[in-house]
Write a protein that binds this ligand. Structure first.
Ligand code: SF4
Length: 704
């Protein structure tokens, strides 16, 4: 009898829980890792069922070229040749990579290096654009850098936790468990939930503000004006303008009317916030996925900056990320709008010098929605999609489908043999899956954890970083991609973040740049920044920076003058308002037990049993108005497409709004791809799509 226990991390949400994976006589089981600081041994339903998802059914086990099994050499040569030909004929911006928060940091690093430093285009974007790019842009405007300043412990220490646009109980369950446990131990602690829906999270709140969709800036501008009236008068840059703009909202009654929430409820929230020094405001997709997403983020951060509630125990604004390695992707430049190591394009020469690369992108590239528009128009002629299924997850997903159908060359790296996206590839590259991968991820509280392999790679599957390096070599870039392990890539990534006396960035991993392979293998979870003593001295040896749990407690920010900024933001409605033809606001989101496009969680019977089919939540008055019945099928339609889903009539849904989960696709249920319904309006600053508001209609389902 043989038993092997491996410490790794959960591949689902951005909580980043530590997992002990046990292989006993070939059978896999999992348990929470009590030594991991983020989950302290807990796992949610998805994490607990991870062992159900590691089987080989549906796996892509060998390369495929034009529908036929191929050797690795032939498949890699084909990708390198087709990309090379198109670049030679049309230039570097005629190609693109579309990557994923499911990739490990090392995979992400080499993909970004190849596109930005060797091909010379910034046309690499990630599906994280769809869930948290507004937070990235908001952080940069306020702090000068994309930094989450707090940690999960702050949620336990806080006397007030405000959850905005976040069904934390279902989408980040272990963080929610930590909040609830702390509040149960201290009845004086309060939980406020701000969400148009009465979600499972709202059910547990002391106060729920079911605000009208898209009115977050109205609410937080109202709060900022209220705080200014009640003695908070921070003198940070931008404070006067932000408060002056906020005062245009009028008093509490005007704010309540704009948000569609009772005056007493808004008053109670404002008073609670004003009176509670230790306040953490957590925000997620309900804030980010909006055509005003970046402004919403800054409206929240403004309230923390004005009250100086940042960088202290139990006090900070806290962006919680959707995917397991959305943060790692941000760190290595997986977004088309940044370079690597949190550097902007003004640092292009420095990055090129470090990489000794033949080229460097000098301008931001195409963001996710633009990228697929460019493919459809023929401006981008070759795309390599890694570890994501954009034909289900993008807004206006049918357009993305048309784009791939028309694209000259599509390569896909994936671990599944069939997905909506995989089925359109000219070349398929079999990638290792969670249980077989080795590298690092960074979670929402900046903790870097090792993800470790505990099963052998099946068939001919290979790590994503290896596939990228092999294509790079075949494109003639061998010198920059001579990596023989994930550890070697991590060391280079860490070295690139080193302090260089050219303006300090908080993302600093210099202390990890010389990790040995053995130290990398046994690396315990640790939070960035990880300075060396030398780097601390060079940066002025700021003592607060040595405790990485909380940042900016010293009042020093990575901006030119070292100060944070409040940003004056003007409330505005969704890009596409409801109309007579499309009278309802369609909202999309997650359910508790499925992950993204269900390629893994659908393998688990116990996860599928929680909610077995796609549904639409409808308010009782809307159900009556549009003639749909609880438990019957309905057709939800928008200007773009329609979906057939089961009706749930619930007073927890706001009148005038619908909710449909994002997970199901044509593979699992006929006509249920909600991505196809969602409008592709984006935030003009972050490029994040407005998944939370598409004008829609509902009617009883009629068979054709
Ligand atoms: Fe995995 Fe997130 Fe659940 Fe933790 S909370 S077990 S990271 S899905």
């Amino acid at each position: 009898m043989s038993t092997l226990t491996t410490r790794t991390t959960c591949p689902y949400c951005g909580v980043g829980c530590g997992v002990n994976a046990v292989v006993e006589n070939g059978a896999v089981s999992v348990a929470g890792d009590a030594a991991h600081p983020s989950n302290l041994g807990s796992l949610c339903s998805k994490g607990t069922a991870l062992a159900d998802t590691v089987g080989l059914d549906g796996r892509l086990l060998h390369p495929v070229v034009d529908g036929r099994r191929a050797s690795w050499d032939d498949a890699l040569d084909e990708v390198a040749t087709r990309f090379g030909e198109i670049i030679a004929e049309h230039g570097p911006d005629a190609v693109a990579f579309y990557v994923s928060g499911q990739l490990l940091t090392e995979d992400y690093y080499v993909a970004n290096k190849l596109m930005k430093g060797y091909i010379g285009s910034a046309n690499i974007d990630t599906n994280s654009r769809l869930c948290m790019s507004s937070a990235v842009a908001g952080h940069k405007r306020a702090f000068g850098e994309d930094v989450v300043p707090g940690c999960y412990e702050d949620l336990e220490v806080a006397d007030l936790v405000v959850l905005v646009g976040s069904n934390t109980a279902w989408c980040h369950p272990v963080v929610y468990q930590r909040i609830v446990a702390a509040q149960e131990n201290d009845p004086n602690k309060k939980l406020v939930v701000i969400d148009p829906r009465r979600t499972a999270t709202a059910e547990g709140a002391d106060l729920h503000l079911p605000l009208a969709p898209g009115t977050d800036v109205h609410l937080f501008n109202g709060l900022l004006a209220f705080l200014a009236e009640h003695g908070f008068d921070g003198d940070l840059p931008g404070a006067q303008d932000a408060v002056a703009e906020a005062r245009r909202m009028g008093g509490v009654a005007a704010v309540a009317a704009a948000c569609g929430v009772g005056v007493e409820t808004v008053q109670a929230f404002f008073e609670l916030f004003a009176q509670t020094e230790r306040t953490v405001t957590v925000f997620s997709q309900g804030v980010n996925q909006s055509s005003a997403g970046t402004d919403k983020v800054n409206a929240i951060i403004n309230c923390h900056l004005l009250t100086d509630r940042i960088g202290k125990p139990g006090a900070c604004p806290f962006s919680i990320t959707g995917q397991p390695n959305a943060m790692g992707g941000r760190e290595v430049g997986g977004l088309s709008s940044t370079l690597a190591g949190h550097m902007g394009f003004d640092a292009a020469e420095r990055v090129q010098r470090f990489w000794r690369s033949p080229a460097i992108a000098h301008e931001p590239g195409l963001k996710a929605v633009e990228l697929f528009e460019a493919i459809e128009s023929g401006r981008v002629k070759a795309v390599w999609i890694m570890a994501t299924n954009p034909l289900v997850s993008l807004p206006d997903a049918d357009r993305a489908k048309r784009a791939l159908d028309a694209c000259e060359f599509v390569a896909v790296s994936d671990c599944m043999r069939h997905t909506d996206t995989v089925d359109r590839a000219h070349v398929l590259l079999p990638a290792a899956a969670w249980a077989e991968k080795s590298g690092t991820v960074t979670n929402s509280e900046r903790i870097i954890s090792r993800q470790r392999d505990f099963l052998p790679m099946p068939g001919e599957a290979k790590p994503d970083w290896w596939i990228v390096c092999e294509v790079a070599r075949r494109m003639g870039f061998g010198a920059g991609f001579d990596f023989h392990s994930a550890a070697a890539i991590f060391r280079e990534h860490a070295a690139l973040t080193a302090y260089e006396n050219d303006g300090e960035r908080v993302l600093n991993l210099e202390g990890l740049a010389d990790l040995s392979d053995a130290d990398y293998d046994t690396l315990e979870p640790l939070r960035w920044p990880v300075y060396t003593i030398e780097a601390l001295r060079a940066a002025g040896a700021m003592p607060a920076r040595q405790d990485s749990r909380r940042l900016f407690g010293d009042g020093i920010y990575p901006t030119e003058d070292g100060k944070a900024r409040l940003v004056a933001v003007t409330p505005r409605g969704p890009a596409n308002p409801v109309s007579e033809q499309w009278p309802l606001a369609l909202n999309t989101g997650r359910v508790r037990d499925h992950w993204h496009t269900m390629t893994r969680t659908a393998k688990s019977a116990r996860l599928s049993a929680h909610i077995p089919e796609p549904f639409v939540e409808v308010h009782p008055d809307d159900a009556k108005r549009y003639g749909v019945i609880d438990g019957a099928l309905a057709t939800v339609s928008t200007a773009l497409a329609e979906a057939h889903v089961r009706v749930i009539v619930t007073a927890g849904q706001r009148e005038g709004a619908l909710f449909v989960p994002m997970h199901w696709n044509d593979q699992f249920a006929a006509k249920a791809r909600v991505g196809a319904l969602a409008n592709p309006a984006v935030c003009p600053i972050s490029g994040e799509p407005e998944f939370k508001h598409t004008p829609a209609a509902i009617a009883p389902f009629e068979a054709a």
